[in-house]
Design a protein around this ligand. Structure first.
Ligand SMILES: CC(C)(COP(=O)(O)OP(=O)(O)OC[C@H]1O[C@@H](n2cnc3c(N)ncnc32)[C@H](O)[C@@H]1OP(=O)(O)O)[C@@H](O)C(=O)NCCC(=O)NCCS
Length: 157
């Protein structure tokens, strides 16, 4: 993803994540802080999804719609902030392919785990990509602020 892709990416986010709105500044900051973790996905030459990810602190998922400020100097997890694909681009394997690419990147950077908050009932997709739920009681209020089934999920690398 390049800075000039942001309007396209934001339009995709508005379409896929009606229930989890975030300000434009949130996306711009992720891309500025860690461009190597951000990809725009396309199908048939048309933009159809994106992923945003970055190094972070384990078990401290950022609140929804929250700026990061900076990447921690000693990150101990590689964090997937969001993977979103328009309905017409789903079921083609794109989610699995970009997850594999991000996992390989995290490994090459020396991380021993990759984590995320699964929202919108995406838990089975993440389980199919090798992620398992890790229950941390202190996180429950934050997870419930996303939705009823939101889960903290981790894949060891
Ligand atoms: C979740 C999402 C990213 C999956 O992307 P996708 O490109 O459709 O998934 P893929 O085609 O790569 O599927 C990979 C595997 O996961 C399975 N899978 C995909 N979505 C699934 C779901 N909702 N439940 C169960 N399994 C699912 C597929 O069947 C496939 O399994 P297979 O390899 O055995 O055939 C996409 O549906 C999406 O953007 N959803 C809305 C936004 C969202 O919820 N994002 C996650 C936020 S944490």
């Amino acid at each position: 993803m390049q800075p000039h892709d942001l309007p396209t990416m934001i339009n995709l986010a508005e379409n896929v994540h009606e229930d989890y709105p975030e300000d434009d500044a949130i996306f711009a900051e992720r891309l500025a802080l860690y461009p190597q973790g951000c990809y725009l996905l396309s199908a048939g030459g048309e933009p159809c999804g994106y992923i945003l990810s970055h190094p972070w602190a384990y078990a401290k998922p950022p609140e929804l719609n929250c700026l990061l400020g900076e990447i921690p100097s000693a990150p101990d997890t590689y964090y997937i902030h969001d993977l979103a694909i328009l309905e017409r681009g789903r079921g083609l394997g794109a989610g699995a392919v970009i997850t594999d690419k991000i996992v390989a990147h995290a490994r090459s950077e020396g991380f021993d785990n990759i984590s995320l908050v699964a929202v919108g009932g995406s838990n089975p997709f993440w389980a199919a990509q090798g992620f398992g739920e890790v229950v941390i009681e202190a996180l429950t209020p934050k997870l419930r602020s996303y939705d009823d089934t939101a889960a903290f999920m981790v894949r060891q690398l």
